[in-house]
Design a binder for this molecule. Sequence first.
Ligand SMILES: [Zn+2]
Ligand SMILES: [Zn+2]
Ligand SMILES: [Zn+2]
Ligand SMILES: [Zn+2]
Ligand SMILES: [Zn+2]
Ligand SMILES: [Zn+2]
Ligand SMILES: [Zn+2]
Ligand SMILES: [Zn+2]
Length: 278
Amino acid sequence: MQQRTNVQSKPDRQVVEGECRSDVFLCDTNSANMSACECGCEHYVRSCLLKAPCCGKFYVCRLCHDDVEDHQMDRFRVTEVKCSLCDTVQQSQQMCEKCRVAFGEYYCSICHLFDKDKKQYHCLPCGICRIGPKENYFHCEKCNLCLASNLRGNHKCVPDVSRQNCPVCLEDIHTSRTGAHVLPCGHLLHQTCFDYMHKMGGYRCPLCMHSAWNMKHCWEEMDKQISETPMPSEYQGITVKVPLLQPEHLYAPPSCVRNIQAVVPLHVRQRRGFVDAR
Ligand SMILES: [Zn+2]
Ligand SMILES: [Zn+2]
Ligand SMILES: [Zn+2]
Ligand SMILES: [Zn+2]
Ligand SMILES: [Zn+2]
Ligand SMILES: [Zn+2]
Ligand SMILES: [Zn+2]
Ligand SMILES: [Zn+2]
């Protein structure tokens, strides 16, 4: 999403090598605790710039790079960083070899991720760092994704589910910095997109139309309303077929799905005036 809140953005930021320096919050160098300084960009708290392996320019992070360049930066190929305090260019490491400032409370030597300590951990099967704490998550081999521990043995696995884009914003989920929400059907969307969908009155998985949470009370209320509004005599006893789509039918051929139907009494809910086949 392009509309990130960006309090410190400047129109000319980060287009020329080294210029991103102006975007770095310079630390109070007299500060007693150097590692606690709040430098970085809108995405990460860090005191160094990464040398983009693609174009050789220095950016605070790959997202800042991707925002202004026409190509994407491969975080795994970063080898050099530049200290935001003393400008020394050096191998990617956690601490400046010259002024000894910590580039980040957290450092991953695989992703070259520097940030404030958010209890991050690097998940090898995911291939990236995730925000922990690690003991609150497990990597589900089938979904091929780190999920909250309370979902262990308690969710519907969809193979490689996070490699599909979010059905709401159509953006990447696997490497997203926004957490994922697992629907009862096993499909994933960003937590923020789920919250938005919920707020807008959506209650179904956008991919398979399965309920996004337990709708028991809602259905009971509907059944009650229906029983209190009998159909006119000419419609009584009439039934209709409705598709019964299950999440696993999502990628099934239409010919197969067509046959999965339920026969239910026709009912027009007069209060709202639409056909409610339940
Ligand atoms: Zn580049
Ligand atoms: Zn950034
Ligand atoms: Zn330094
Ligand atoms: Zn990592
Ligand atoms: Zn993982
Ligand atoms: Zn799973
Ligand atoms: Zn989304
Ligand atoms: Zn679904």
